[in-house]
Write a protein that binds this ligand. Structure first.
Ligand code: WT7
Length: 699
């Protein structure tokens, strides 16, 4: 094995700021050893030169990257920057769908496969194997054209926001790209979210059209997407927000059953419903791509923040596309006509799915694989089966999934031919070195580089990541900044910190993929991202990611995690406030405080401390018991979504608060993690008063 000790660390890293010490270094290999013809960036010297150029001459650097896109009208300026507002590639016009699809057809690659899709169900009506569909770039062009015409017929025009709540099926890709084709923005909501979450996001975005499906398959069961949309539409109507149309894909056969409706029917209040089959199937496939300004909105994607209300992260067209085509190409070494089949297992409901299931690979004219279902259906080796059957070359997944695979056992991947793999990636949370090593050995068979990509919904694409042919990797580190990204670890005064000191992760200059706003909330955009750290020399704001991190003596970044009130559960962000407000909306609950605790598989898990309303308990004849805990867990799942369901609900006499009335979250975290034992541990109600008093001045 190519493990060498790095000269770095050991003693120095073992300071108060960092606990993780990892000495292994895996140098980059020859492209051929991993199965590539060549690396885009093939040496550390080349990476350094590229990065240096990108910060010394950012406009020249980004002008060249943007030139890889197809512009209807060329841009006249690379960047107009008036912090925190950036305008990239102004004067230029383009279309995102055209860049992902049409231009490849126009340049003679219409018969290249754009999308390989595999459904979850196997057996029964599906026969021996799963359902597999392949769409060429030409077919994708025609389908997006049909869908765009159907959306237009439902009144969608440029600048509108279309809400999409669908399973991982080809029609989801078609709907997203169809919005882009029309010049409408898409707002995709992950299929695991609850009706309340759909309503909240659709109202915030002012969406009048929702695209959904009757259901989706997940772990052999049907997710009731249409029923959730119905409930969301009803909730919206009660708030006076009318959804004009719901477009429904028939995925699980509802149209053939009793709950069928006729296309065009007003089903809930004045909201009309349409079957995809009729509205899209009956539309013409010819639909020109709208000519959009570089800074026109491409999409909104809602993400959790430290208030109860999710933020609509706004991305625009030219900058996002330029950044995503580059990061996808460099991080995954994507190349057209090189037999690559790229699989990112994320749901399109997250930014990872936007940038690296759809836009990134398609802009690079690589075939992207999309899988509908769960990794353990029908068996726990489904992913390895997919990789082997389709010949996946680059595979990108989350640390939480890797830890789950480890638990399921080495025999499962060992039983499959994974020799098609050339590169592996991870995303979403820090990866623990054990999981990294397991991935490297058991999936990559010590042949494939592992790229640990650090980024956010807000950054649009990778900001710190190894470039596989250039940057040696250390398990647990996302390594070095992407060309064009001026990343640093600073203190509260914006001063860059020396190696191995923990600090704030900031980006000091604008980059094309950066968010342009929080939809409808200027104040939140400015204060969340630009209000915390300034350049000590000029006073100009730095972008702050809300992550704590350090760099080692090689300059490698080690992300330590969020410093705000959000928790990453299985790689998904959840605001503590969102979960708390769901809890207090239950009549039994007086007060709630939610904290994250370390969890072997999920990274962190949610523990909820709850004080109850005695009057309600008495009236309902209920007690502070396990049944009530379960009910509260189910209530959160119903209000927010299953991934927000607390791992543990604990009842407390009262919540520990400082003299100024702030909940002592650090104390709760210690209690939840078992670090601190509370003194009077009655069987049901916990009493924090004593520990709280002891700790009062610390928080
Ligand atoms: C947060 C952003 C990035 C797309 C999917 C999640 C954490 C993400 C890593 C990584 C350490 C990571 C950060 C970040 N994170 N990738 N490779 N190493 N931490 O997007 O939901 O916007 O979450 O995920 O805490 O701030 P997101």
């Amino acid at each position: 094995m190519s493990t060498t000790g790095s000269a770095d660390q050991a003693g120095s890293a073992r300071g108060i700021d960092s606990t993780l010490v990892e000495n292994r270094l895996f140098p980059p290999r020859d492209a051929a050893e991993s199965g590539f013809a060549r690396w885009h960036v093939g040496s550390m010297a080349e990476y350094r030169a590229l990065h240096r150029r990108s910060v010394e001459d950012p406009e020249g650097f980004w002008r060249e990257e943007a030139a890889r896109l197809n512009w209807f009208r060329p841009f006249t300026r690379v960047l107009e920057w008036s912090a925190p507002d950036a305008k990239w590639f102004t004067g230029g016009t383009l279309n995102a769908c055209h860049n992902c699809v049409d231009r490849h057809v126009e340049s003679g690659f219409g018969e290249t496969v754009a999308l390989v899709w595999e459904g979850e169900p196997v057996g029964g009506p599906w026969g021996a194997g799963p359902e597999v569909r392949r769409l060429t770039y030409r077919e994708l062009m025609i389908e997006t054209g049909r869908c765009a015409n159907a959306l237009r017929a439902l009144g969608v025009t440029r600048g509108d926001v279309v809400t999409i709540y669908m399973p991982m099926v080809p029609e989801l890709a078609v709907a997203v790209l169809a919005c882009a084709r029309l010049g409408a923005a898409h707002s995709v909501i992950f299929g695991g979210f609850a009706p309340h979450a759909i309503a909240e996001r659709a109202a915030d975005a002012g969406s009048r059209v929702i695209v959904t499906a009757d259901g989706g398959y997940r772990r052999g069961e049907i997710v009731p997407l249409l029923a959730n949309v119905d409930e969301g539409v009803r909730a919206l109507a009660n708030q006076g927000h009318v959804v004009n149309h719901v477009l429904v894909l028939d995925r699980v056969g509802a149209s053939a059953r009793g709950d069928a409706f006729r296309s065009g029917e007003a089903r809930i209040g004045p909201t009309r419903y349409h079957w995809w089959r009729d509205a899209v199937g009956g539309a013409s496939g010819a639909c020109p791509c709208a000519e959009m300004d570089s800074e026109d909105m491409l999409f909104l994607l809602y993400t959790s923040g430290s208030t109860g209300k999710p933020k609509g992260i706004l991305h625009t067209t030219g900058g996002y596309l330029a950044f995503v085509q580059m990061t996808a190409r460099l991080t995954f070494n994507l190349a057209p006509d090189a037999g690559q089949l790229f699989w990112c297992s994320a749901d399109v409901g997250w930014i990872t799915g936007h940038s690296y299931v759809l836009y990134g690979p398609l802009m690079n004219r690589v075939t992207t694989l999309m899988y509908e279902g769960a990794p353990n259906f029908p068996r726990q080796d489904r992913f390895w089966d997919i990789i082997a059957r389709h010949g996946v070359t680059q595979f990108y997944t989350a640390p939480t999934a890797i830890r789950t695979f480890m638990k399921w056992g080495d025999e499962l991947p060992a039983g499959h031919d994974l020799s098609s793999l050339r590169l592996l990636g991870t995303v979403g949370e820090p990866i623990n070195p054990e999981a990294w090593m397991w991935y490297h050995r058991h999936i990559g068979r010590e042949r494939c580089p592992v790229v640990d990509t650090y980024w956010q919904t807000e950054t649009g694409g990778h900001v710190v990541t190894p470039l596989p042919g250039a940057i040696g990797t250390k398990p647990g580190s996302c390594t070095l900044p992407m060309p064009g990204i001026d990343a640093a670890i600073v203190n509260e005064r914006g001063e860059e910190l020396p190696p191995n000191r923990g600090g704030l992760f900031v980006i000091r200059r604008p980059w094309p993929g950066m968010l342009r706003g929080v939809y409808g909330n200027r104040e939140r955009f400015v204060s969340n991202y630009w209000g915390r750290v300034k350049d000590p020399a000029t006073g100009a704001p730095f972008y702050f990611s809300a992550d704590g991190a350090r760099r080692d003596t090689d300059g490698y970044f080690w992300i330590q995690g969020r410093i705000d009130d959000v928790i990453k559960v299985s790689g998904h962000l959840l605001g503590t406030m969102e979960v708390e407000s769901a809890l207090v909306s239950h009549p039994a609950v007086a007060e709630a405080a939610v904290v994250g605790v370390p969890h072997d598989i999920k990274g962190s898990a949610i523990v909820a401390f709850v004080t109850l309303r005695p009057a309600w308990l008495a009236r309902e004849g209920r007690a502070a018991d396990d049944a009530l805990k379960k009910e509260l867990g189910a209530h959160v799942a119903r209000e927010v979504g299953a991934l927000a369901r607390p791992e543990q609900v604990r009842f407390a006499e009262g919540l520990p608060k400082t003299r100024s009335g702030k909940i002592m979250r650090r104390l709760l975290r210690d209690v939840a993690a078992g670090v601190e034992k509370i003194t009077q541990d009655t069987t049901t109600l916990e009493d924090f008063s004593v520990v709280a008093r002891l700790r009062d001045d610390e928080e």
